[in-house]
Ligand binder design. Structure first.
Ligand SMILES: O=P(O)(O)OC[C@H]1O[C@@H](O)[C@H](O)[C@@H](O)[C@@H]1O
Length: 320
């Protein structure tokens, strides 16, 4: 064989794809877990499309979940991120469309369908495997998993798409509501996020200064926030505000919550007595280790005409 003088050198090995996020189902198909190559993970229960765990790369949990939370579809999950739709709280007096619904509606008590996953680079740096993963879930008026109580109480044709996106340093949840009915309907939406903290007495919440709020533990009176919030007793407030909400502990920023098209934020902590009264709230002093910061559109109603859609989202970033 004749050696060619200009024989090309062998090709540099084609670099492989960077490691990809993995998505796994539990054996009973009730849970979906997504993990980034760098170790961050989320777990979503199909019941309610409830995010029940969000861990950073060192496996530190960021969401509070009651040790007595029911994960078997018998009641809404106490912790994580239950989804509130189409009514927030008990149905308000005089609102006929929602009057037969249970507290916080039926999205959190229906079994959602997993629609699929997608991945993308979040920073363009392939070498670090800086990827994100998005899980999509669906629930419609025609779905088998729709809570029958919800179907009976709210007989509209609708479609919901809920997307949960995990990045290395943040989590985004986004809901699209579409009216597939001939009639208009009213709805409210809220993402009932239970954030995990170490000691609620060291926590401050900023970003709501000068915002007006409805104080649900003071006869639903309307007040104006002055300065930072500290949790020193049962707290249940519906703020109307723009801008990020920052949760700090001991002066260090734990979470920065930003919102898209969600003009309200509920700040909730049940404190001692209310925690005692909730059978699925454990440990009873767990109120010291949680804080609900709940972005939503609940101050009035989103009225959707036939074919209309509403989209709202929250992003919870770790740190500033
Ligand atoms: O016990 P539930 O139905 O999960 O609701 C928990 C809390 O949810 C909050 O969003 C409400 O503002 C509170 O009033 C309510 O107590």
């Amino acid at each position: 064989m004749v050696e060619r003088p200009n024989k090309p050198s062998s090709l540099v090995a084609t670099p492989g794809l960077p490691p990809q996020p993995t998505v796994n189902f539990s054996d009973d198909n009730s849970l979906v877990t997504a993990t980034l190559p760098t170790g961050e993970s989320i777990t979503v229960l199909l019941y309610g499309a409830t995010v029940i765990s969000w861990k950073d790369s060192s496996s530190t949990e960021k969401l509070w979940l009651s040790s007595a939370a029911k994960l078997d579809g018998t009641k809404p999950v106490r912790g994580g991120i239950p989804l509130v739709f189409p009514v927030f709280g008990p149905p308000p007096a005089g609102h006929a469309q929602t009057s037969s619904l249970p507290q916080h509606g039926f999205a959190r008590t229906s079994r959602w369908e997993f629609l699929g996953k997608s991945t993308s680079e979040s920073s363009g740096d392939q070498q670090t495997g800086d990827l994100s993963v998005k899980l999509d879930f669906g629930l419609s008026s025609a779905a088998d998993g729709l809570d029958p109580k919800g179907k009976a109480a709210w007989p509209f044709k609708f479609n919901l798409i809920y997307s949960v996106t995990l990045n290395r340093r943040d989590l985004t949840t986004s809901l699209v509501v579409t009216n597939d009915d001939e009639r208009a309907f009213d709805c409210q939406v809220l993402m009932h996020t239970y954030l995990k903290v170490k000691d609620i007495t060291n926590v401050t919440i900023s970003g709501l200064d000068s915002s007006s709020y409805v104080d649900k533990v003071d006869a639903a009176s309307t007040k104006t926030q002055s300065g930072e919030i500290r949790i020193e007793g049962e707290t249940d407030r519906v703020y109307t505000a723009d801008g990020p909400v920052i949760v700090s502990e001991g002066g260090k920023t734990l979470f920065t919550v930003t919102r898209d098209n969600l003009s309200n934020v509920v700040v909730w902590n049940p404190w001692v007595e209310k925690a005692k009264g909730m059978g699925d709230f454990e440990p009873k002093d767990g109120y010291k280790e949680m804080l609900c910061v709940e972005p939503g559109s609940v101050g009035g109603w989103q009225t959707l005409e036939k074919g209309d859609a509403f989209e709202g989202a929250q992003t919870i970033a770790l740190g500033a």
